[in-house]
Design a protein around this ligand. Structure first.
Ligand code: APR
Ligand code: ZN
Length: 374
């Protein structure tokens, strides 16, 4: 019986930035009120995990990273009603409390319960559920999935259907809704439109798939790693650009290719310069630019406001604007019923102990998504 007891299990601990993760035995406390302890089955490695490890995103260390997980509920704390032991679940980096202003309002999804913009690395009661070698270990965005067991808030976990393949739908915790929602909810890409996608990694590839599904007739893909191009073309990119090989700024090339600039531009890298390039790539009268990349902590986005004046729109969203607990399980069902396909996003699979190899694949640009199985 594990319920009510501390669980000892393996986890990948990031003791400091810019060091390999260390597979350690950790103690995972039982869930407190409103919390759920989950046995992780599979977890994707996201660009944000790598940014955090590289110290570009401020969050407390030592930390257990990972926020793209699928698992099975092991036990629940007092008051938990929406999931029970044995349920297959996804856990999300953005909660949905169903009580705050934003959760009750039909539009938007940015729940007030957890401030993911300035992470504490702790549960909402200000304490941690992880210990390793006698030291407190922090969590990431209330999730932490690079561990055999984790504790999450009930407001950040949702039951998914039993038929869902966990080692695939885990990427529906972040990459898939982020990319799909950027297109379907935030930009609302229209049939026959032109699009540009900056960054052809996990998020960018999901954006490309959704642009194609929306009927975009031209999808320009921008990346400095040309190894990303063949797969991007297979997903729907019609033209590939490597900014390092162009004679002029990439937004000027996009403008020439399309006459006036694209209808919809997406940034899925997380750099200020590519955010500005994406904005300038969309047509000046009604172009919409959606920034999905997360810039380093403390950076400032600056551009001449005259870029916006003629009518451009600059937008962003977290998790694609989906209300996590309400909407994402429906995406899982769509996948199980073969209404959407996310398989091409997963290019590599590794057993959990090889997690550092997964990070290396991501850093070297060899993978779109690498999924770890526990
Ligand atoms: N210009 C063009 N492409 C670039 C540049 C650049 N200056 N720098 C990096 N890239 C490309 C990489 O070659 C890679 O293909 O951007 C892509 C980023 O993809 P991933 O590393 O797979 O990251 P992903 O998980 O897609 O996340 C992208 O979204 O959620 C945020 O924090 C995340 O900011 C990150 C972004
Ligand atoms: Zn809320």
């Amino acid at each position: 019986k594990t319920s009510g007891n501390i669980i000892r299990c393996r986890a990948a601990v990031a003791w400091t930035t810019n060091a390999p993760l260390s597979i350690e035995e950790v103690e995972v406390d039982p869930p407190k009120a409103g919390e759920v302890r989950v046995k992780i089955i599979a977890s994707g490695i996201c660009g944000t995990d790598n940014h955090t490890l590289e110290g570009k995103m401020k969050t407390p260390f030592p930390v257990i990273l990972g926020h793209e997980g699928a698992g099975v509920v092991e036990s629940i704390g007092p008051g938990v009603t929406t999931v029970k032991p044995g349920d297959k679940v996804l856990m999300f980096p953005l909660p949905e409390c169903r009580e705050c202003f934003y959760c009750l309002y039909p539009k938007g999804n940015f729940c007030e319960k957890e401030n993911i913009l300035s992470p504490t690395g702790l549960m909402l009661d200000g304490t941690s559920r992880f210990t390793c070698r006698g030291k407190k270990i922090y969590n990431i965005m209330g999730t932490s999935t690079f561990t055999e067991y984790t504790v999450v808030h009930e407001i950040a976990v949702a039951k998914i259907e039993a038929a869902a393949p966990m080692d695939t739908v885990c990427i529906m915790s972040c990459a898939v809704p982020t990319g799909f929602g950027a297109v379907f909810n935030t930009a609302q890409v229209t049939p026959g439109s032109s699009c540009v996608v900056f960054g052809l990694g996990g998020i960018g590839s999901a954006i490309v798939m959704a642009c194609k599904a929306s009927g975009a007739c031209r999808i320009i893909g921008v990346d400095i790693n040309e190894e990303k191009f063949p797969r991007a073309r297979a997903l729907g990119v019609t033209d590939c650009l490597n900014p390092n090989k162009l004679m002029k700024p990439v937004h000027e090339v996009v403008k020439e290719m399309t006459g006036v600039g694209v209808d919809f531009a997406f940034e899925a890298i997380g750099l200020i310069e590519t955010m500005v390039a994406a904005l300038k790539s969309c047509n000046r009268s009604y172009g919409v630019c959606v920034i999905m990349g997360v810039a380093p902590t403390g950076s400032q986005l600056s551009f001449d406001p005259l870029v916006l004046l003629p009518g451009r729109t600059l937008k962003s969203s977290v998790l694609g604007g989906y209300k996590t607990r309400d909407d994402i399980p429906k995406l899982v069902t769509d996948y199980v019923q073969k209404k959407i396909n996310i398989d091409p996003l997963i290019t590599h699979r590794l057993p959990f102990p090889k997690i550092n190899e997964g990070f290396r694949l991501l850093r070297e640009g060899k993978c779109i998504r690498c999924v770890l199985s526990m």
